[in-house]
Design a binder for this molecule. Structure first.
Ligand code: R1P
Ligand code: URA
Length: 254
């Protein structure tokens, strides 16, 4: 905490947050997600961390950007948890690892392959990075309820975007390519850069966590074509959070 009782990196105070957080990656994604909450208000910005606050069924929900990758995501989860947030959902974009995935399909993530460095400073690799069951269920029900095509499964979390996109360019080309093949054969459905940190830091701090990521099809990634529309992703994440809030306050799901 800073001298003004603000979290060191997020610049938030305990009274700024409630029990729930949605975690996109980029500051530009925060306001559009917060616009789906009641009474969205800008709260703070420092470095890559921008936070807006709103509410669902009268409960405070914050939307905070995590920045790219494990280190900054771990900071965000740590500081939000210290301020009292107990439920967090990552909301992002990923590259599909399955040939028949449609461009823009969602992945409701059940677990993450820890092919990154941050979480190894929390728990040994034998410890699984898994989502919390009721958050997974809320995300599945929200996607189904909105008619959004989705798959449920494992995500690959890595540190090097270009190591995934252009492994052949790297000195470690053979190893990177082999490992990507291994994750595919093991059943990974897509690849991104933050979910393992959300799940592992969440486990250590006793936070409920989930992750929903939109998948670029392999062809769209290869073509560098336009990104699929993110509205179904944002709608699904907010609808899932609404379900979790309604369950907690004992109201029916709207
Ligand atoms: O679309 P977002 O959520 O930023 O996430 C994906 O895109 C970034 C790389 O371009 C990585 O952070 C990866 O996880
Ligand atoms: O393929 C992709 C697309 C988005 N983000 C990633 O990390 N990988």
């Amino acid at each position: 905490m800073t001298t003004e009782n603000r979290a060191h990196h997020l610049h938030l105070r305990a009274e700024d947050v409630g029990g729930y957080a949605l975690l996109p990656n980029s500051p530009e994604q925060v306001a559009p997600i917060a616009a789906r909450l009641d009474e969205p208000t800008f709260v703070a910005r420092n470095r890559e961390f921008e936070t807006w606050r709103g509410s669902l069924a009268g409960e405070t929900v914050v939307v905070t950007s995590t920045g790219v990758g494990g280190p900054s995501t771990a900071l965000a989860v740590e500081e939000l948890a210290a301020l009292g947030v107990g439920t967090m959902i990552r909301v992002g974009v990923s590259g599909s690892m399955r040939p028949n995935t449609r461009n823009g399909e969602l992945a409701v993530v059940t677990g993450a392959i820890r092919d990154e460095g941050t979480t190894k400073q929390y728990l040994p690799v034998e410890f699984p990075a898994v989502a919390t069951t009721d958050v997974v269920r809320a995300l599945q029900e929200a996607a189904a309820g909105q008619g959004v095509p989705h798959q449920c499964g494992l995500v690959h979390t890595k540190d090097s975007y270009y190591g995934e996109m252009e492994p052949e360019r790297m000195p470690l080309a053979a190893e990177l390519t082999e490992r990507l093949g291994i994750w595919r054969r093991g059943g990974a459905i897509c690849s991104e850069m933050e979910t393992a940190a959300v799940f592992i830091v969440g486990s250590v701090l006793n936070v409920r966590t989930g992750s929903v990521v939109m998948m670029w099809s392999e062809q769209a990634v290869r073509d560098g074509g336009p990104a699929p529309a993110v509205e179904p992703l944002y709608d699904t994440a907010v609808a899932a959070m609404r379900r979790l809030v309604h369950t907690a306050v004992g109201a029916g799901v709207a």
